[in-house]
Design a protein around this ligand. Structure first.
Ligand code: GLU
Length: 586
């Protein structure tokens, strides 16, 4: 029996032959049904190499967490603009045996020497964003390896060391530079500013017409430094990363950066700990949505939007119709307004999670939505008796990078993991064969605005507020229904929420929900995805009082859903991802 299903990547549809119980069936999309008892295993990631690595591990009998580790190690290599072991991540886990959702926090932390003025200039004004990004200053203590180690101790099946084999092999034999990676190198030419990235991302440092030539599409890129790093992590566990040679290379790259050195020390690395957190689960229609709690604002904001929309009948509206876009936008504005004031690292700031998600509060917020007229800019809700929020709205930046992948193993366990180096290519600095993050720019640059403190200000050991929203959905029996998430900076919340609505209210299936034309409202204009039919609704939306901004919106949703006896996967055509399945029963 052999099944190899591929869902479209890069706007192409690939079909393979499915052979099951003696039947040969041509399949265009990732939907398969064979056995009454098992659904097989499936993975959806942003890159074919990463999906293949995960499948290799699943076929050896690995768990969803095992496959996730193999996928992340490969993504570090083939999609260095988005995520990697030099960054941070959040992982949601469904334990099919225990019927429990778990949440793992591998978010980067500020070094012990970081202070609230980290991104302020001598005159007290915030630094220019790009000056903060490039160099050592914004590099947070990476969390991916510690988090995966913890998840593996809880849910791993194969030996830790086995999970690195696919990535080591690919780093040594080389991978072909993809169109997207080539495009990103071309676009982010600050990569040429540091020797570590200049030597890696450009051909022999050759200048063409006065500029360095980015690695072309199809170029075979090897990375022996990364292979060596992976070997030490495979052999020594987190100590192979947070101590010894790898740690020294990270600290040297951060502290010795000529123009913009950072503060991280060997002690910061050694002290890093990932956290198990309690998943935030709330009902939506007949389902239960489980999101990641702070330090990300993702789960909380998405649950707030859905909690407000529960008061409207979306299933009676067409996806993309002006009324559906209007209602989703208004609910989003209200939730993003609260996000700006009330959300940050809950180890440092008392995030009012219970109040923000209370049915009474969400009902009263939903009451501020008028079907016939936009409210304009939404104000944060009043959670205290004075009605005056004690904190100022945070205007932290957020750029387009990050990766999301979903895995379901043969036993029905699932992983939904969003992982990031923050901006494309993180801090634009490499150490030991991988990119270092610039995640600290997710903090507010200003610790105080108009005399009020900002919840998401920098502090030693604090995690910057994130928008990442890895999500697990349960059905009305409390069983696993879906895993999904996306990159996209603070738009992640909107992308994921819209996809959940597509799955639940409009029953579009995973690929259909991912394919929905994107619309986003972060408490400003409605952003409509260009080259879709949404911009054609602009006039109707303007009549409702909205400002409209048509633009390219690059979500990167990768999800898997249970559809009866089948698994139904989807990969975002806006990126390069694929869905693959294993042979049945593995
Ligand atoms: N650093 C962002 C966050 O954690 C994600 C960036 C992105 O998706 O591009 O929310």
């Amino acid at each position: 029996m052999e099944i190899a299903l591929i869902v479209p990547g890069a706007r192409s549809v690939v079909s393979k032959i499915l052979t099951c119980a003696g039947l040969a069936v041509a399949v265009l999309f990732a939907v398969a049904a064979c056995s009454d008892t098992e659904r097989g295993a499936m993975v959806s990631t942003a890159n074919p190499h990463a999906s293949e690595a995960a499948i290799e591990i699943l076929e050896k009998g690995g768990s969803a967490v095992d496959a996730a580790i193999a996928a992340q190690m490969v993504l570090t290599l083939v999609e260095p603009q988005s995520s990697g072991i030099g960054g941070g991540a959040f992982l949601m886990h469904w334990d099919a045996g225990e019927r429990k959702v778990g949440a793992y926090d591998g978010r980067e932390k500020a070094p012990a020497a970081a202070r609230p003025d980290l991104f302020l200039q001598a005159d007290g004004t915030p630094m220019a964003f790009i000056d903060a990004v490039v160099g050592g200053r914004a590099v947070g203590v990476p969390g991916v390896i510690a988090m995966l180690w913890q998840a593996h101790r809880d849910h791993g099946k194969l030996k830790w060391s086995e999970l690195f084999a696919p990535a080591i092999r690919l780093a040594e034999s080389g991978f072909k530079v993809s169109p997207r990676l080539n495009g990103m190198i071309t676009q982010f030419n600050a990569l040429s500013m540091h020797p570590s990235t200049r030597d890696y991302f450009y051909i022999d440092s050759i200048e063409v017409a006065g500029a360095l030539e980015p690695l072309p599409v199809g170029y075979l890129r090897t990375n022996s430094a990364y292979a060596e790093t992976l070997r030490s992590i495979a052999a020594d566990g987190p100590a192979g990363f947070y101590e010894g040679k790898t740690a020294q290379a990270i600290v040297a790259a951060v502290r010795d950066h000529e123009r913009n050195p950072g503060l991280m020390t060997l002690d910061d690395l050694k002290a890093y700990e990932a956290r198990r957190r309690a998943a935030l689960c709330r009902p939506y229609r007949d389902y239960r949505i489980c999101g990641m709690p702070p330090p990300t604002s993702g789960g909380l904001t998405s649950l707030m939007i859905l909690g407000m929309l529960e008061h409207f009948d979306l299933s009676g509206l067409r996806p993309g119709s002006p009324m559906a876009v209007h209602l989703i936008s208004e609910a989003s504005k209200l939730a993003y307004a609260d996000r700006a004031i009330y959300m940050a690292d809950s180890d440092f700031f008392d995030v009012p999670v219970t109040q923000l998600l209370s049915p009474g509060y969400l009902r009263s917020r939903a009451g501020e939505i008028h079907p016939g007229q936009s409210m304009g800019k939404a104000k944060p809700g009043e959670l205290n008796s004075t009605g005056d929020p004690k904190h100022a709205a945070d205007e932290s930046h957020g750029r387009l990078s990050t990766s999301h992948f979903s895995v379901v193993d043969g036993k029905g366990n699932a992983v939904s993991m969003t992982t990031s180096v923050e901006g494309p290519f993180g801090a634009h600095v490499m150490a030991a064969g991988f990119i270092l993050n610039n995640q600290l720019t997710d903090f507010s640059f200003q610790p105080e605005i108009n005399g009020k403190p900002v919840a998401n200000a920098v502090a030693p050991g604090k995690r910057p507020r994130s928008s990442m929203s890895p999500t697990i959905v349960l059905d009305d029996d409390g069983a696993f229904y879906a895993a999904v998430g996306s990159p996209g900076g603070s738009r992640i919340i909107a992308y994921v929420t819209q996809t959940l609505i597509g799955l639940i209210d409009w029953e579009l299936g995973m690929q259909g929900a991912i394919d929905l034309p994107r619309h986003v409202n972060r408490n400003g204009p409605i952003e409509l995805e260009d080259q879709t039919d949404l911009p054609g609704r602009s006039a109707d939306l303007e009549k409702l009082g909205h400002k409209v901004d048509v633009k390219t919106l690059v979500s990167g949703l990768h999800g898997i859903r249970v559809d009866g006896l089948e698994l139904d996967g989807g990969a975002d055509r806006r990126r390069e991802g694929v869905v693959l399945t294993t042979r049945r029963g593995q």
